[in-house]
Structure formats: structure tokens, C-alpha cells
Ligand binder design. Structure first.
Ligand SMILES: Nc1ncnc2c1ncn2[C@@H]1O[C@H](COP(=O)(O)OP(=O)(O)OP(=O)(O)O)[C@@H](O)[C@H]1O
Length: 726
């Protein structure tokens, strides 16, 4: 028998009778055909001789599934685990499932003997014997808060590094420091950084440059005395586009030797790319037509993956496709339209990966969550609308907002790479070739365009107090860092000295933004005592929306009637609470209840998942004491005093997101003095109250506040006067 990396393994032949082993042996044949298989020896040798490997290779060449298996039996790896990070949970879960099959081992916690598991927000599926762990970047950062030097791992693999989320940039910085300080770990830590479309040279230079910032979490006694508060501007970390930085940090011989490169040539199957001849003014209509063209023209089997901007557009197209599909004659295969976006429950997301019934073509309508890493079995055709929703920090408001933007060449290549994984594929780009040429090469790193509060809190909680000197791959704007520090100070997560407070540490351990974490901690104060209610609302805020969309006036009226019992005068937060608690209290038919109230059953399932996990985490953090109503549903608080307490808790986390009513009837934000309208989806839409608090700022044709409740200005005085002494 052969081991995970294909070498001979001495085992009894009875094992090959086991269905898991049979599958393993079958999959081994296809693994051997992957382009990366030829590079197995080179990759293993690279890490025997170096600490860091930057690995590039085309989409589908086998990086995410094979590299951890190649390394597992290496002598330096035997006593530790391998962590492999993914930008999104859907990729972490599907890759873990696939690799468990390839290794012939049960998945995660299903068996104590399982070798492969995953860990994503609100779901840890590992066992004590897990050796390969797929996890989201955020989860690895969370683990670092508990174990700064990642002692349980021999190797950390950062996959899809080109996505450059803030979390990846933090991990790269921490890993760079860790590799330089491995003496403290006992055994060395190896790092692999991989992608199909990353800027390999920049990454190599980043790791080669001597790290002058020591890692205070590891070696406090060795802190570099030259780093004082008035350190020169030039020594503030960062790399790309920063010539002055290069002048300060020069590679040393030893650090240059620890990094090596490897490139995997070729992909397993070809993918043909087609463009539009002329620009489309109506992308919805063009997408609809192209999907039907492919469906009617192309033989089966061959599923379709369509990349769109967001949940609303996806649901719109799903409805249209399903309507048109009813008119298809029986000579054509049936259509099964499946949405895929982050706010869907895990179970709904996993449906996409199941094979379609016979004579049925799957049409998957996805946001960019399926853009990297995932293999959707059956997909032969990719339709790319060329657009994505991206988070963008709006300085004036001090808030992140979502904007629809053209994707980069790197994203387009990743999307194309979702075809051609199990056979030759085709990619239909719904834009012209000239438009493709005008795209940016790479997406702008998130660190340059997002609110950095979570990142700064993570750094501080991990011991990197001097955030201005953190080794960033790309230097974030100083202004954004200062804004984040100020926000954390307002939340009470930092002391006046800039050090993390006890409260800040508690917030950092919750898998939430600092604002939401602050809300929960406020709710746990004895005088507030409303953690369960607040968890219910926070769970709702973790999905895009629980309310089904209303596209016409008639449907809007119907929705108002259906949701009448749930609507609360104060606005969205308490209405969400009423919805969750009524749903939880429904004992007979929850699906029916959701339909009756025009609420998404799928979203509610997801909310219930998050609610359960958050409750467990709050108990663990002693923010919630186990009591007798545990697990039972309680009815939404009706007395005004309790409702006020809940809203005050939210205000504690969102005091920057407040707008007051002006004499002309508009709302103006306290921060930035910008006009903002209540979003039509809000229960407060059309109402005039003295002030509003909102969770989200949305910019479409104008500035909207979403997730809105009425608040009193005098409550704000309490928040601002608060001494953060929780
Ligand atoms: N869940 C799955 N089901 C079926 N086949 C799979 C699955 N996951 C991976 N594969 C097969 O393994 C191949 C390699 O996948 P892998 O994710 O390792 O490639 P990759 O180089 O990491 O790609 P990318 O850069 O796109 O993430 C795929 O092309 C596909 O043939």
C-alpha cells in the first residue's frame, strides 16, 4: 500500500477492503495525473533545505490538495500538524472533505482516528489525531491568540495568498517574525505560501528582507531598543511600492537562504476562453441568454458556474431562470438552479457540491466565494460577469461599505480556473477582450481599502503592540491605522496608553468585529443583563438578511402584513429579535412559519447555527452563565425598559454610526456630517425619530443606513461619558 504522498506503506491487505481505502486507491490514480505530482520530490527537498517556500502553479494543478499530503511524512513534520489556510469557509470545508477521501481517513470529529479536519468560524471539525487542518485565515489568527508561536504545527501553508485579505497580511507578518524566532518553539516552523496568480517576487523579497521588528509575543526580553515612539517614518514596515523601505531593510545572507521558490507548470485540462464582441449594457439579460445558449447547445454532462456580484442579483437571476426553465420542452435536460453566497447556511452551501440528478444540469449562481480554491464537481462551463462586490472604506464616514466594481485580471483567471478541473472546460467572459486588457493586474490589498480596527486589535492581542512597526507586506495608510486605534480607544478595547485593555482581550477572543464584540460584552454587565437577546440579534446580523426580498409595491404590502406581528416601533434590531425568538419558539413547522412571515428559512437555519455557537462561546468566556432556560425558547422582551437596555448595548458598539434628524427632515451623521437615508428594507423606513443608529452603511444611488433603530440622543451622552470600566 502507499502512504499519503504515494510512497510504499507496509499495512495488512485487509485494509484495502475498507470502502475508505478503496476510494483512496481509486483517487490515487487521478492524483498521480496532476501536474504537481511531478514536483513532489522538489517540494519536499525545498522544505528540507529552507524554512519558507513560495509556490506558484496554475489553478487546478493540485496545490491545495497535494502539498500538505506531500509534506506529512517528512522527518521535520512528524511531530506536528499542518495548517492550511483558506480565504473562505466553503473552500476549507470542501478541501478537507476531498483530502480526507484521498487519504482514506474519516473526516474531522467523526472518528478519533481521523487525520484530516477543518476549522471555520462557528464550526470546529477536528479530532485529537488531526494532522492536516484546513482553516480560514481568521481561525488561525484566533489560534495565535491562545498559542502565539503555533506550537502544535510543524508547517503553516497560506493558500490563495493573492487575495490579500487583511488577515493574510497579518498572518504573513506574524509568520515572518515566527520563522525568525523559531528557537523559542523547540522545533522549526516551515511556511509555504501559494497561489496561481500571486506576485511571487514581492513575496520572496518580503521574506528575505531582514525583519527588524522583533516579535514581542515571543521574545519580550529581546525587544529591539532602537524602536522607540519617535522612530523614523522610514522604518514603519511595509514593502510594495515603498522604495524607502527597501533602503532601510536589506536582505541578510541567512534570511535570503531561508526562502526558496517553486513553480508548477501547466494545468490538467485546457479551458477555452470566449469574450463578447461588444459591451453589454444589460448584464442580467446577457447572463440569462448565455446560460440558456449553453444549456440548449452543449451536451450533457456539464454543469455551469456563474459569477455574479451579490445575493440580491443572484436571487433575481434564480427566479428568472426558474421561470424560463418551465417553458423548456422535454427534449432539453432539466435545470437545477442553486445559489451560493456567504450568508447561506453551511448545509445550503454544500448542496452545490452534490451531483445533480440524472438528465439535470446544475446552474450555480455564485458570488466570488467560489472564485478561488474550490472544485465544484461537474462544472465544465464558467460564465463570468466581470464584476464583484468589494468592501471599501469610506474615510469621511469612518465606515466600510460595499461597492460593485470591475474585477482584476487575477480574479478573472481564478474564475476561469473553476472550469477544466475534471475535464476540458469553457469560460464565457461577459465583457470584451479590450475590457479584459484594461483590468488591473491584481486586486487592491484589503489593507489599503478597509477599516483596520479588527486587524489592529488582533495585533495588540497577539502582543504586537507597536502596530506602526509591524512587518506589513503592504504598508497600510497611516491615517487608517490611526482611525482604527481611535475607534478601539472609544470602544474601550485599548487603554489611554495604547495598550490593549482587559476588555479588549475579551473582545478579541470573540469571532466578531470589535463593535459587535463590544455590544455582547456590554450586554453581559449585570446592570444590562441581556446577552441572550443580544446574541439573537447579532446572529441575524451575521447573515445578509433574514427578510425575503420585496421587488414590487404589491409584494411590499403583502410582506408588511405578514411581518406585522414581528415589527417593532423602534426599528430593525428588536424586530430581528422578535423574528428569531418566534422562529425558535415554533415547534411544528418552521419552514412553513418562515414562508408565512416572508422570511428566508435558509437564512434562519444559518442564524440558529450561529446563535448556538455564539451562546457556547459566551458561556466559555463566562459572559453567560448556564441557567435553567438554556436551550428553551423565550419570548421577545416586551417591556420598554428591557428593550431600551438592548438598544443601549448596541449603541455602545456603534456610537460612531449615529445620525440625527435635521430640521429639513433628513438625517445627518455625527461623524462626517453626511446625509444618510434609512434604507427601504428597514422597519424604520419613512419614519422621523430624533436619532438613528445603524449597523451598515450602503452606497448605491445614494447613501443608505441599513440595520437601523431609533435611539435617544441622551443615551449617547452616557456612552461618551462612559469610562470603559467593564
Ligand atoms: N472536491 C473535489 N471534487 C472533485 N475533484 C476535486 C475536488 N477537489 C479537488 N479535486 C481535483 O483535484 C484537482 C486539484 O485541486 P486543487 O484544489 O489541489 O488545485 P489547486 O492547484 O489548489 O487549484 P486552485 O489554485 O484553483 O486552488 C482539481 O482540479 C480536481 O480535479
Amino acid at each position: 500500500m502507499e502512504s499519503s504522498n504515494g510512497t510504499k506503506r507496509k499495512r495488512g491487505s485487509e485494509k484495502s477492503q475498507n470502502p475508505l481505502q478503496q476510494k483512496r486507491i481509486k483517487l490515487l490514480e487521478s492524483r498521480k495525473l496532476l501536474p504537481i505530482w511531478q514536483k513532489q520530490k522538489e517540494i519536499r527537498a525545498a522544505l528540507r533545505n529552507h524554512d519558507i517556500l513560495v509556490l506558484s502553479g496554475e489553478t487546478g494543478s493540485g496545490k491545495s490538495t497535494q502539498v500538505p499530503q506531500f509534506l506529512l511524512d517528512e522527518p521535520w513534520c512528524r511531530s506536528g500538524k499542518i495548517a492550511i489556510t483558506q480565504p473562505r469557509r466553503v473552500a476549507a470545508i470542501t478541501l478537507a472533505k476531498r483530502v480526507a477521501e484521498e487519504m482514506g481517513t474519516p473526516l474531522g470529529s467523526s472518528s478519533p482516528a481521523s487525520k484530516v479536519g477543518y476549522s471555520v468560524r462557528f464550526d470546529d471539525n477536528t479530532s485529537p489525531s488531526t494532522r492536516i487542518k484546513y482553516l480560514t485565515e481568521g481561525m488561525l489568527l484566533q489560534e495565535m491568540l491562545r498559542d502565539a508561536s503555533l506550537t502544535q504545527y510543524s508547517c503553516v501553508i497560506i493558500d490563495e495568498v493573492h487575495e490579500r485579505s487583511v488577515n493574510v497580511d497579518l498572518l504573513l507578518g506574524f509568520l515572518k517574525q515566527l520563522v525568525g524566532n523559531q528557537g523559542k518553539r523547540g522545533t522549526p516552523l516551515k511556511v509555504v505560501v501559494m497561489s496561481a496568480t500571486a506576485d511571487v517576487d514581492t513575496l520572496k523579497r518580503f521574506f528575505e528582507l531582514a525583519d527588524q521588528s522583533h516579535d514581542p509575543a515571543l521574545v519580550p526580553e529581546e525587544r529591539n531598543p532602537s524602536y522607540t515612539d519617535d522612530a523614523s517614518e522610514a522604518s514603519w514596515g511595509g514593502l510594495s511600492g515603498d522604495e524607502q523601505h527597501d533602503a532601510v531593510l536589506k536582505p541578510t545572507t541567512s534570511s535570503a537562504l531561508r526562502v526558496t521558490l517553486c513553480h508548477v507548470e501547466g494545468r490538467q485540462y485546457p479551458v477555452m476562453t470566449r469574450y463578447l464582441d461588444t459591451h453589454s449594457d444589460d448584464i442580467m439579460d446577457t447572463t440569462l441568454q448565455r446560460v440558456f445558449q449553453i444549456h440548449c447547445k452543449e451536451p450533457m454532462p456539464g454543469d455551469l458556474l456563474v459569477f455574479m456580484t451579490g445575493q440580491e442579483r443572484i436571487q433575481e437571476l434564480q427566479k428568472l431562470l426558474e421561470e424560463y426553465a418551465q417553458n423548456l420542452t422535454s427534449e432539453y435536460p432539466r435545470l437545477l438552479v442553486l445559489p451560493l453566497f456567504a450568508a447561506l447556511s453551511q448545509a445550503a452551501q454544500q448542496r452545490v457540491f452534490q451531483p445533480a440528478p440524472s438528465n439535470t444540469r446544475k446552474i450555480i449562481l455564485s458570488t466570488n466565494i467560489a472564485e478561488t480554491s474550490v472544485t465544484v464537481p461537474g462544472v465544465r462551463f464558467v460564465v463570468d460577469t466581470g464584476m464583484a462586490k468589494v468592501k471599501q472604506f469610506r474615510n469621511r464616514l469612518g465606515l466600510d461599505s460595499l461597492l460593485v466594481k470591475q474585477i482584476s485580471k487575477s480574479s478573472a483567471d481564478q474564475r476561469k480556473g473553476r472550469a477544466g478541473r475534471e475535464g476540458p472546460g469553457q469560460c464565457y467572459r461577459l465583457y470584451t477582450e479590450a475590457a479584459q486588457r484594461s483590468m488591473e493586474d491584481h486586486d487592491k490589498p484589503e489593507i489599503l481599502r478597509c477599516d483596520l480596527s479588527t486587524a489592529v486589535l488582533t495585533m495588540k492581542a497577539r502582543g504586537a503592540d507597536d502596530v506602526m512597526h509591524f512587518p506589513f507586506l503592504t504598508l497600510p495608510p497611516r491615517e487608517a491605522m490611526e482611525k482604527a486605534l481611535l475607534n478601539l480607544l472609544q470602544l474601550g478595547a485599548l487603554e489611554e496608553t495604547g495598550l490593549i485593555s482587559t476588555l479588549g482581550r475579551k473582545i478579541a477572543r470573540l469571532p466578531l468585529t470589535p463593535s459587535l464584540g463590544r455590544v455582547i460584552i456590554e450586554a453581559a454587565r449585570p446592570e444590562m443583563d441581556c446577552v441572550r437577546d443580544v446574541i439573537d440579534i447579532v446572529a441575524c446580523l451575521s447573515v445578509e438578511t433574514i427578510w425575503l426580498g420585496v421587488d414590487t409595491e404589491e409584494v411590499r404590502e403583502r410582506a408588511q402584513l405578514a411581518r406585522q406581528q414581528l415589527a417593532r416601533r423602534s426599528g430593525d434590531h428588536l424586530s430581528l429579535l422578535a423574528a428569531v425568538q418566534a422562529y425558535a419558539g415554533e415547534q411544528t413547522d418552521r419552514k412553513r412559519w418562515a414562508e408565512d412571515h416572508m422570511i428566508s428559512h435558509r437564512a434562519m437555519q444559518s442564524v440558529m447555527d450561529v446563535r448556538k455557537q455564539l451562546t457556547a462561546q459566551c458561556k466559555q468566556a463566562k459572559l453567560l452563565l448556564p441557567n435553567k432556560i438554556d436551550g428553551a425558547s423565550v419570548s421577545a422582551p416586551s417591556d420598554e425598559e428591557t428593550q431600551e437596555r438592548i438598544l443601549r448595548c448596541f449603541l455602545r458598539g456603534y456610537s460612531n454610526n449615529v445620525a440625527r434628524l435635521c430640521p429639513d427632515g433628513s438625517y445627518k451623521t455625527f461623524m462626517g456630517n453626511q446625509t444618510v437615508a434609512i434604507h427601504p428594507s428597514s422597519f424604520l423606513f419613512g419614519r422621523k425619530v430624533e436619532a438613528i443608529m445603524y449597523n451598515e452603511f450602503l452606497f448605491t444611488n445614494k447613501a443608505y443606513a441599513r440595520g437601523v433603530s431609533a435611539v435617544k440622543l441622551r443615551w449617547l451622552e452616557d456612552v461618551w461619558g462612559d469610562k470603559h470600566d467593564t
